[in-house]
Design a protein around this ligand. Structure first.
Ligand code: TNX
Length: 546
């Protein structure tokens, strides 16, 4: 009895590291090579980090500050602290985004050649913690067991994207930061921000203030029925009705987001959709349309006459004014100009359009659209930037330097690559996160057709019909979340997860290493983590009713 009570007392005194789960590594996206050893490295409040220089210091301090609450203690990060048990080293032989992470029982060593690699090595480290680490309520007096493992890693593609449509439903800047957070954990590095569409203009443009005074607001349907059929069936705004639903980002907000994304190694691709999908803009500035007024910011579904007029100089002045401010705000290479689903009815009977087609020898509406896109590209190129657009920009002839985002299938992307243009693959069947992910009776209030997790996972980014040289033009892959039926955060995460894990693995892990059964096993860790964070995700992918 004395022995037993001694045992009980002593085991109560010392906080047992509850988190020492049996060693198992469940990293998504799957690293290029990993070798699991025996035992654990214990990370506790005595742990210290040593880095070599200021740039590493920034990355490491940012990381350990962010996880301080989850850890339950702070971790000291210093330059050249030889006694530290977590050490960073430059290894110039590693690729830009690659890293090597070596966890032994005594030490953690992280090697990379550049910032990106150190950042991604740390994201991997974060996934080596047990799921309880991600609890929103921080534990106290705890030690964390990190399994002994050696990981050598680098990505397959340089474009690993996620698109969010903030026009159909607006998500404020704090939510955008949360999007960037979950992206960075999956080593996604391109955030495509769909900022303008028929149902709302979301970015402040100083030269054209009505874009946000008028274009950012529509009639509030305030409905809890968020099926796509509800969206498509909505009546249009009537004269005298007040437009109160919406929102926009100020230029200060944009700068804040750009700085935030930079710390997470994410580039942002702003999209201003044109010449179609532009109802919000022409409601603010009707003179750049060739359709008849009045215009209203669209409340939902079918929108006609939502185009800029390609035959007015004013249109090009407007676009130049808008894009100049956009290009100043986003210090990156690409500007997305949309180009999709342009309904050309308003152009067909317009006298200016007819005259322009004659003058420019344009045979049909596709060539007229191509004329418009090419002029816009010239302007973008003159600012030293590249234009990217949806695959409709192939119609009537591709602009000389355009990059194509292939969404209606793989055909457009394949054709563009064969013409020597760069391509990002986002075929809707595999990459559209707004499509249903489970059987109809398992889904809450959602619409469109299906895109099952397994299809997303098994999608081959490089089509068999490409030669090795054509394939070099495939920059990567992206998951797109259109928000017609998504007005709140919990639905956003529900549609995004788990499919974004599959997109991330398609972007990072080579096809040869991908394996569905193994992916599902690793997903279980991610699910526990999402639960710990109280993030809603879909189980309908596994035919489980929620
Ligand atoms: C097509 S994808 C669109 C969007 C819709 C989406 C719904 C693309 C370039 N255009 O405007 O939101 O389908 O899945």
């Amino acid at each position: 009895l004395i022995f037993l009570s001694f045992f009980i007392i002593s085991s109560c005194k010392k906080e047992v590291p509850k988190t020492l789960l049996k060693g198992k590594v469940s990293i998504i996206p799957l690293p290029k090579a990993q070798n699991l050893g025996e035992g654990f490295f214990i990370l506790n409040e005595d742990s210290q980090v040593s880095v070599e220089n200021e740039s590493q210091l920034k990355i490491a301090s940012h990381f350990f500050e962010l996880i301080e609450e989850s850890l339950g203690f702070s971790t000291e990060v210093k330059i050249q602290n030889t006694g530290a048990n977590i050490q960073f080293f430059t290894d110039a032989s590693l690729p830009k985004e690659g890293y090597q992470l070596i966890v032994s029982q005594e030490k953690i060593i992280l090697k990379a050649s550049q910032e990106q690699g150190f950042f991604y090595g740390l994201q991997t480290l974060k996934q080596l913690f047990p799921p309880s680490f991600h609890n929103i309520n921080a534990p106290e007096n705890i030690e964390w067991g990190i399994p002994v493992v050696t990981i050598n890693d680098e990505p397959e593609f340089k474009w690993r994207g996620y698109m969010l449509d903030v026009s159909r439903h607006f998500f404020d800047k704090e939510k955008i930061k949360e999007v960037l957070d979950f992206m960075s954990e999956l080593k996604l590095n391109r955030f495509h921000w769909h900022l303008a569409d028929d149902q709302g203009w979301r970015i402040e443009i100083k030269k054209f203030p009505k874009l946000t005074e008028v274009g950012a607001w529509r009639v509030d349907y305030n409905t809890t029925d968020e099926t796509v059929s509800n969206w498509w069936g909505r009546p249009k705004q009537k004269p005298g009705e007040k437009a109160t639903y919406g929102g926009f980002y100020t230029q200060e907000d944009i700068k804040e987001i750009v700085a935030y994304a930079k710390q997470l190694q994410i580039e942002i691709i702003p999209e201003i959709d044109m010449p179609g999908h532009s109802m919000a803009a022409i409601t603010a500035y009707p003179e750049i349309s060739c359709a008849k007024q009045p215009f209203y910011v669209a409340t939902g579904g079918i929108v006609n006459n939502n185009t800029y007029c390609p035959a007015k100089e004013k249109t090009y002045q407007f676009i130049e004014g808008v894009l100049t401010e956009v290009m100043d705000l986003f210090p990156y290479k690409y500007i997305h100009i949309g180009g999709d689903e342009c309904n050309k009815d308003a152009w067909k009977n317009d006298l200016n359009c007819k005259q322009l087609m004659k003058d420019e020898n344009l045979a049909n509406m596709h060539e007229l659209q191509s004329y418009f896109i090419k002029r816009v590209e010239k302007n973008i190129n003159a600012h030293g930037k590249n234009m990217i657009g949806w695959d409709e920009i192939l119609e009537g002839g591709l602009a000389p330097n355009a990059t194509v985002m292939s969404w209606r299938g793989e055909k457009g992307g394949i054709a563009a690559a064969k013409q020597g243009h760069d391509v990002v693959m986002t075929p809707f069947k595999y990459c559209y996160l707004d499509l249903k992910q489970g059987d109809d009776d398992l889904e809450p209030n959602l619409g469109y057709s299906h895109s099952f997790l397994k299809d997303t996972y098994n999608y081959k980014v490089i089509s068999d019909s490409l030669t090795i040289d054509d394939a070099k033009h495939i920059l990567g892959v992206q998951g797109n979340l259109w928000t017609e039926s998504i007005s709140d955060w919990s639905k956003l995460t529900y549609m995004t997860f788990p499919r974004l894990y599959a997109v991330a693995e398609n972007g990072w892990t080579s096809q040869k290493l991908q394996n569905w059964d193994n992916f599902i096993e690793r997903l279980l860790y991610q699910f526990k983590k999402l639960e710990a964070q109280e993030t809603r995700y879909a189980t309908s992918a596994f035919n489980v009713k929620i």
